[in-house]
Design a protein around this ligand. Sequence first.
Ligand code: ATP
Ligand code: MG
Length: 204
Amino acid sequence: MTNDNSKLTKEKKHQARQQKLKEKVDQRIANATKEKGLLLVITGNGKGKSTSGFGTVARAVGHGLKASVVQFIKGTWECGERNLLELHDVDFHVMGTGFTWETQNKEEDTKAAQSAWSDAKVLLSDDSIDVVLLDEITYMVTYGYIDLEDVVECLNKRPAHQHVIITGRACHRQLIELADTVSEVQSIKHAFDNGIKAQAGIDW
Ligand code: ATP
Ligand code: MG
């Protein structure tokens, strides 16, 4: 076989493989006909959970959807996403306490968590809200600051079109089961481990 012929055969084979792949993808797209408000969970130890949640909020706002955010752990820093998204009519409800290992006061943390959760409950029963981001809510459940059964019930009863995004490490199994889409961000390495401090615009 000449070089030209062999190149042609390779191209044809490649084309046939791509055509098969396209048919498979087209079939899967044709099968996906349902529409509903989704529950997304972004969990795991790697960096990228909150940024993914905020990215989805930005995506939704870009389509004219109404989104609200509840931040269950308030850092000591300002939050770049808040500075931007508030300009686009995204309401923020921020838990009025610092990180738990800073406050070390279970009673105060529980009160703050429950107050943020009551804000979240209002959003979860408001059908004018299309997307709700519950940032770092997993810790509130793990620490027992808010009641898992109540969270599950409110998620189940929310407006049918409403999308909810949950972020945080070690998400409870029951929330993972309830979710439509779950991603686990795995840490391969993080700059912080090499003594690099949190950078504005990247880490907060
Ligand atoms: P991000 O907000 O950057 O998406 P995240 O939500 O996945 O991060 P969190 O556990 O909420 O992660 O931590 C928030 C802060 O801790 C961020 O500044 C982030 O860069 C940092 N961080 C995240 N993962 C790690 C890690 N594996 N080691 C050290 N610092 C981390
Ligand atoms: Mg986070």
